[in-house]
Design a protein around this ligand. Structure first.
Ligand code: PA5
Length: 478
């Protein structure tokens, strides 16, 4: 077979599978389950949702839909820059928050060694990797205890170029760098920000920092496949071409007008119906440590995109579904009791892996203790898969809605698909809910209140508003 044919077959073998049997009434029962009738009644709205997304592809805030296709030039630049960083830096630190941090960390965890930073340099090949997404002073101090800024490249990521947390980190780090390295300090900063807006771009030009741009139509939580995520991934040695090819592969399926063949659309429809039935919580439970932080990335995408007070017609809707992160099997011993017997308010999404990157055999032992010995001869791979199936069964027989996304393997191609799947699911769910999935007025309000509290010019009115807040009563502080 030709190289192309082989590649096509490999891609097909790596396609994600979306199993939603256990969302349906035939499997979880009439009371909680979704019926074909309910899906059919929603079809006209789903067709409209798909039409809107297709019509606006690449426009406005749907710039992210084009990322798998329109970055050839920038990817070359990213790869070249990453190559230099891999050679010269001992550490690579992302300074960012929200969409500027969660994607890079999720992809790192998914595609690098699970103890990457502890590996010897020769096995790691790239620098140690840190994502600093908080302004906890202890965390900053702790980072500086383990990395020498002079041996480190800092990637300052902020779309708005204005986020207080990230700019604070920048101020601290650049001050140290200038103190230590003088004229050479700028070589240790790479910026990823908007080309036209915000303060970081101004600083980047003034100081001569290497800079990558976040395209205008790509919001923070939809930015993993632009330079926000691609530069850290390239520094870690992750194959960007495969990551983007995976996203393109999923993109094609998500444009299918045949609803049953469009995984993200059917998934959004099921979540929409579930929300209407009072399932206010969306649990993501990967059965793989490599996907643990994917659940964090998803949590932001789903929460910030769908959690809205008003719809597009300015009606108060208070929409959204609360994302919860869990890890299989670890959380079987903490949260699953609640999922199986607590309120009927959840949809559980399992992420399952067909073939883990390694196999660990359970050796012969404890022959005299049958309750332990039964494990011998199996593998940990069999054990984790059996536990996932068992949890799925336990939820299903108790009438709990659940669905599973199977990854044939965890690799750059399947992770690209997974990112695109959830981005499309979110976009379609936003359409069905008739809300703006791309703004975040609630977050902005908090950001503005912080500026006011710290005395930023232009926020005097906000400060006055905060001063009017009801004073706390000592009765309720004990
Ligand atoms: O999704 C979003 O837009 C937000 O969560 C942002 O990612 C977050 O607030 C950080 O913003 P910025 O990248 O502008 O610093």
């Amino acid at each position: 077979m030709s190289k192309r044919g082989l590649k096509r077959d490999w891609k097909r073998s790596m396609a994600l599978r979306f199993d939603y049997n256990n969302m349906m009434s035939e499997y979880v029962g009439e009371k909680e389950g979704i019926t074909t009738k309910e899906i059919n009644s929603l079809k006209p709205y789903a067709v409209k949702a798909l039409g809107n997304v297709i019509e606006n592809r690449g426009k406005g805030w749907l710039g992210w839909t084009e990322l798998p296709y329109n970055q050839n030039e920038v990817v070359k630049d990213i790869k070249a820059t990453a190559q230099t960083i891999r050679k010269k830096a001992k550490n690579f630190v992302v300074l960012g928050i929200g969409g500027s941090a969660l994607g890079p960390y999720a992809v790192f965890q998914a595609l690098c060694h699970l103890h990457y930073n502890d590996l010897p340099r020769k096995d790691r090949k790239g620098p140690k990797f840190y994502v600093e997404d908080n302004v906890d002073p202890e965390r900053m101090a702790a980072l500086l205890d383990v990395v020498d800024p002079a041996e480190t490249v800092f990637n300052v990521i902020t779309k708005s170029g204005a986020t207080s947390e990230t700019m604070t980190q920048y101020l601290i780090i650049y001050d140290i760098l200038k103190e230590k390295l003088g004229d050479k300090a700028a070589e240790h900063i790479v910026c990823t920000t908007s080309e036209t807006k915000g303060n970081l771009i101004k600083l980047a030009k003034q100081e001569g920092f290497k800079t990558f741009y976040i395209p205008d139509g790509v919001g923070g939580r939809f930015s993993e496949l632009c330079p926000v995520g691609l530069l850290p991934a390239a520094v870690l040695g992750i194959d960007l071409t495969e990551l983007l090819a995976g996203a393109a592969y999923m993109d094609k399926s998500c444009l299918s007008a045949v609803i049953n063949k469009n995984p993200a659309l059917i998934s959004a429809m099921l979540q929409y119906i579930a929300m209407k039935k009072g399932k206010n919580i969306s649990v993501m439970m990967p059965y793989a440590d490599s996907l643990k932080y994917f659940a964090d990335w998803y949590a932001q995408l789903w929460a910030e995109s769908l959690g809205k007070e008003i719809d597009r017609d300015s009606r108060i809707v208070n929409a959204g579904q609360t994302p919860v992160k869990a890890l299989g099997v670890t959380d079987q011993h903490s949260q699953v009791q609640l999922y199986t017997e607590g309120p009927f308010d959840k949809v559980v999404t399992f992420l399952a892996v067909d073939k883990y990157r390694t196999e660990v055999k359970i050796p012969e032992g404890c022959k005299d203790i049958p309750d332990v010995h039964f494990l011998s001869g199996h593998t940990m791979n069999e054990l984790i898969s059996a536990e996932r199936s068992a949890t799925e069964y336990a939820l299903t027989v108790k009438g709990r809605l659940n669905r599973t996304i199977f990854l044939p393997e965890v690799n750059a191609f399947t992770i690209g698909q997974l990112i695109a799947f959830f981005e499309y699911e979110t976009a379609f769910a936003g359409e069905l809910l008739n809300i703006d999935a791309y703004n975040q007025p609630g977050v902005e309000n908090g950001k503005n209140a912080t500026y006011a509290l710290l005395g930023r010019k232009g926020y005097e009115e906000k400060k006055a508003e905060l001063n009017l807040a009801k004073a706390k009563s000592s009765t309720y502080i004990i």
